[in-house]
Design a protein around this ligand. Structure first.
Ligand SMILES: Cc1cc2nc3c(=O)[nH]c(=O)nc-3n(C[C@H](O)[C@H](O)[C@H](O)COP(=O)(O)OP(=O)(O)OC[C@H]3O[C@@H](n4cnc5c(N)ncnc54)[C@H](O)[C@@H]3O)c2cc1C
Length: 323
C-alpha cells in the first residue's frame, strides 16, 4: 500500500510540520509494507527536495509551474488527487495546519476517501484502520475507523518527534494538466510579520492575557520570549481589544497550538482558551490568583504578580544561558 504525503513549502523551503508529516507517513508506510511518496507543489530547489529523504520519503514528485507558486486549495487538491490516482496510493497524509485543513476535505470528496482530521498518533492497522484524535476541545480522545479504500489523515503539528532516516529520495518531475477553472482563489497580497517565529511552528510559546493590563506592558512578554527563542501568543480579549494582532490569539476561535512549552501569563484559563493550548507538552502558569482555573491544567504554576515574576524569570534565564 503506497502512502502519499503532501510536503508543504513556503518560499521554497519546507516547514517543520512537513518533515513531521513525511516521517509520520514513512512510519505508516512501514506498518503497511508500502513506500512513501512525497508531493511538493511550487518552486522548490532540488537541494530542499533532497531533505525529504532524510525523513523517509522514497520518492518525491515535484510539480512546479508559475500558477502554483501561490497556494490555491482547489488547484492543490486536484494535483494531489491526480498524483494519488496515478501512483495508486490509497493513503494520503497532510499536516492539520491552515493549508492542510483547506485541502483535506476537497481531497476527501475527489477520492471518495474517509478523512480523519487532527490525528495525534500512528493508526492502528491490525486488521482495521483506526486513527486517534483529540475531541471535545482536547478533553478526550476518540478512535475513528476508516473503512473506505482510500484514506486521508491530517496530522496535528508537533505530534511526532523528528528523527532522521538514511533514505535517498528519487526526485521526479510530474506534470498535471490544469485549466484556469482548476484555480479558485487568487492571492493578491501576503502580509507577514517579519523576524517572528510563526506560532504553529514554535516549540516554545510565551502568552499573555488581560492580567497584563495593557499593550504597553508587552515588552516583558517579548523579552522573555526572546531569551527563550519562543513565539508570542495571547488570549482572545487581548486581541479583541487591539493590544496584540489577531494572528497571536490562541484558543477555540483562534489558533490551536501544541508547543513543547506554553507559558501563560495573566491568563485565567477559560475553557475556550484551553481548547487551543491543552495539547502543549508542558504548561507553566503565572497568575496572581491562586484560584485561577488555569492552575488545574498546569504542569508548573507560579502564584504571583506577573510584573514581579516575569522580569525575574527572564533575568534568571539570561544568567543560566551566560553561565
Ligand atoms: C464562543 C467563545 C469563544 C471564545 N474563544 C476564545 C479563544 O479562542 N481564546 C481565548 O483566549 N478566549 C476565548 N474566549 C473568551 C474566554 O471565555 C475568556 O473570556 C478569555 O480567555 C479570558 O481572557 P484572559 O484570561 O486574558 O482574561 P481574564 O479572564 O480577565 O483573566 C485575567 C487573568 O489575569 C490574572 N491577573 C490579573 N492581574 C495579574 C497580575 N498582575 N499578575 C498575574 N496575573 C494577573 C487574573 O487573576 C486573571 O486570572 C471565547 C469566549 C466565547 C464565548
Amino acid at each position: 500500500m503506497k502512502v502519499l504525503v503532501y510536503a508543504e513549502s513556503t518560499e521554497g523551503k519546507f516547514k517543520k510540520s512537513s518533515y513531521e508529516t513525511i516521517l509520520y507517513a514513512s512510519k505508516l508506510a512501514k506498518k503497511v509494507s508500502g513506500e512513501t511518496i512525497a508531493v511538493s507543489i511550487g518552486n522548490v530547489s532540488d537541494e530542499q527536495l533532497n531533505t525529504l529523504g532524510k525523513y523517509g520519503a522514497n520518492k518525491v514528485l515535484k510539480v512546479s509551474e508559475d500558477r502554483l507558486n501561490s497556494f490555491d486549495s482547489k488547484a492543490y487538491s486536484k494535483v494531489i488527487a491526480e498524483l494519488a490516482k496515478s501512483e495508486g496510493a490509497n493513503i494520503i497524509v497532510l499536516s492539520h495546519n491552515y493549508n492542510g485543513k483547506a485541502i483535506a476535505p476537497r481531497l476527501s470528496v475527489k477520492l471518495d476517501a474517509g478523512l480523519v482530521s487532527g490525528a495525534v498518533e500512528l493508526p492502528n492497522t491490525d486488521g482495521s484502520f483506526k486513527v486517534k484524535k483529540g475531541v471535545f476541545s482536547g478533553k478526550a480522545f476518540a478512535h475513528y475507523e476508516i473503512k473506505s479504500e482510500n484514506k486521508i489523515i491530517s496530522l496535528m503539528p508537533n505530534s511526532i518527534a523528528l528523527e532522521e532516516n538514511n533514505v535517498t529520495a528519487e526526485i521526479v518531475q510530474s506534470n498535471i494538466d490544469l485549466s484556469d477553472q482548476d484555480f479558485g482563489v487568487q492571492v493578491k497580497e501576503v502580509k507577514k510579520s517579519s523576524g517572528k517565529i510563526p506560532l504553529t511552528e514554535a516549540e516554545l510559546v510565551v502568552s499573555g492575557g488581560r492580567g497584563l493590563k495593557g499593550p504597553e506592558n508587552w515588552g516583558m512578554v517579548e523579552e522573555l520570549a526572546e531569551v527563550l527563542g519562543a513565539g508570542t501568543a495571547s488570549s482572545r480579549p487581548v486581541a479583541d481589544m487591539g493590544w496584540r494582532p489577531h494572528e497571536e490569539h490562541v484558543g477555540q476561535t483562534g489558533t490551536a497550538i501544541r508547543p513543547n512549552l506554553y507559558i501563560a501569563i495573566g491568563i485565567s484559563g477559560a475553557i475556550q482558551h484551553l481548547a487551543g493550548v491543552n495539547g502543549s507538552k508542558t504548561i507553566v502558569v503565572i497568575n496572581k490568583d491562586p484560584e485561577a482555573p488555569f492552575f488545574k491544567a498546569a504542569d508548573y504554576g507560579i502564584v504571583g504578580d506577573a510584573f514581579e515574576v516575569v522580569p525575574k524569570l527572564t533575568e534568571a534565564i539570561k544568567e543560566l544561558k551566560a553561565s
